[in-house]
Design a protein around this ligand. Structure first.
Ligand SMILES: *Cc1c(COP(=O)(O)O)cnc(C)c1O
Length: 403
């Protein structure tokens, strides 16, 4: 049962404590499924901001591009630079705002494509680009149709587009907007936003400007309604194999890409009445067997799950007890009396026939799965696995190289 072999391609140092497994086959599957759901003329943008929602931006971006995504979306300039430094050449849309001349220079230097929302930005961009002799910079006009986040007011779309059109060093690459309630089963607000987007497009066209690309949909809108797809969809969560809402699970079959695992670092018996962890938020009501595990809230296991988390060992559900600490947490493993130090604990993912999902954590924390995924930061080494191949080779079937 000791399963060091279950984690191939790890150095001993990486697999001695806790890690994240990234299943590239699952990601490839999700990209292909999403592409199939789109019309052939709709591009798929892989949204890889926040280090690809905690999955590792470079690996995710490369894999998504190999399997059919053609654009990448990031939130910040350093996120874009990281992809460029890794040699990625696909167009990268900067979804966040840039407001300073220094940012403009970095955008131009690294061939990122910015989002513009205000007249002030048009001015800053024009002036900064004036000093560089470069071909016109492709820019994406963001229209606020009701999210009340970035964007020019939808009623002013035409005026804003004309302003950008007149600026000497800018070329309009797209017109886009973002939906606030695409994961809500009630489509009323989404339809209102869509209507405003259509209105903005019509106004922009009426002044003789034809944006080469229109886009509106995030994961939820992509799954909810093909009418929202336009020329490109911007998919984040769905790439990672989670569904934005229960009612959106039926259209595209997705597989979770990330699993979180850690090792048992100590096993000991404690007597009834013994307190466990900071604050004694758990006191044993009977003699029990306790396991210490090398993962904590600094790794992305939310402390608010203390005493509520369940994990898997040998395919069995086991209860977490006491406060989750920064680097370690404790389990009641009385049901596994021969548990050994070094055994693998699955916090998220598959073990045997059971599965633990980021959706479960999100539900018990009253938050969303997006936030859970983004919580897994750099301290956890990321191991890229290929679940399909591994399963095949484990059953002894020869893995064919499709060359
Ligand atoms: C993050 C983001 C997305 C992706 O959202 P998901 O719900 O994860 O698909 C799309 N568009 C914009 C503007 C975003 O900021």
């Amino acid at each position: 049962m000791l399963s060091w072999e279950h984690t191939p391609s790890l150095t001993p140092m990486q697999r001695d404590r806790a890690w994240v497994e990234i299943d590239r086959a699952a990601l490839a599957h999700n990209v292909r499924q999403l592409k199939q759901w789109l019309s052939p003329k709709t591009d798929l943008m892989a949204v890889v901001k926040a280090d690809a929602y905690g999955h590792g931006a470079v690996t995710i971006a490369q894999t998504a591009l190999q399997h059919g995504a053609t654009w990448l979306g990031v939130a910040t300039i350093p996120e874009g630079i990281e992809l460029r430094e890794a040699g990625i050449q696909a167009p990268i849309l900067l979804l966040g705002a840039a407001n300073t001349a220094e940012q403009v220079r970095a955008i131009a230097q690294w061939h990122l494509q910015p989002t513009l929302c205000t007249a002030k930005q048009v001015l800053v961009f024009s002036e900064a680009l004036d000093e560089l002799s470069l071909p016109p910079l492709p820019v994406h006009l963001k229209i606020d149709t009701g999210m009340s986040r970035l964007g020019a007011p939808w009623q002013e779309a035409a005026e804003f587009a004309q302003r950008v059109q007149r600026a000497p060093h800018l070329r309009i690459a797209s017109l886009y907007s973002h939906l606030a309630t695409a994961d809500d089963p009630d489509p009323t607000i989404m339809q209102l936003q869509h209507h405003r987007f259509q209105e903005a497009i019509a106004q922009v066209r009426a002044v003789g400007i034809k944006p080469p690309r229109l886009h509106l949909a995030n994961s939820a809108a992509t799954l909810a309604d093909p009418k929202l797809h336009y020329d490109m969809v911007r998919v984040g969560l769905g790439l990672y194999g989670l569904h934005p809402a229960p009612h959106l699970t039926s259209t595209v079959a997705l597989r979770p890409v990330l699993q979180v695992k850690a090792r048992v670092t100590q096993v000991k018996a404690i007597a009834a009445g013994t307190g466990v962890s900071y604050g004694y938020k758990f006191i044993a009501d009977r003699d029990l067997l306790l396991a210490v595990v090398g993962i904590g809230y600094a790794d992305g296991v939310p402390r608010n799950l203390s005493n509520r988390l369940e994990v898997l060992i040998r395919g069995q559900r086991v209860r977490q007890i006491g406060a989750i600490t920064m680097d370690q947490l404790m389990l009641d493993v009385s049901a596994i009396p021969d548990l050994q130090v070094g055994e693998v604990v699955t916090l998220l993912g598959q073990d045997g026939n059971d599965y633990l999902s980021a959706d479960d954590w999100a539900t018990s924390l009253n938050t969303i799965s997006w936030e859970i995924l983004c919580g897994f930061k750099h301290r956890l080494p990321r191991l890229t696995v290929n679940q399909e191949k591994r399963e095949k080779s484990e059953t002894g079937e020869r893995v064919k190289d499709k060359g």
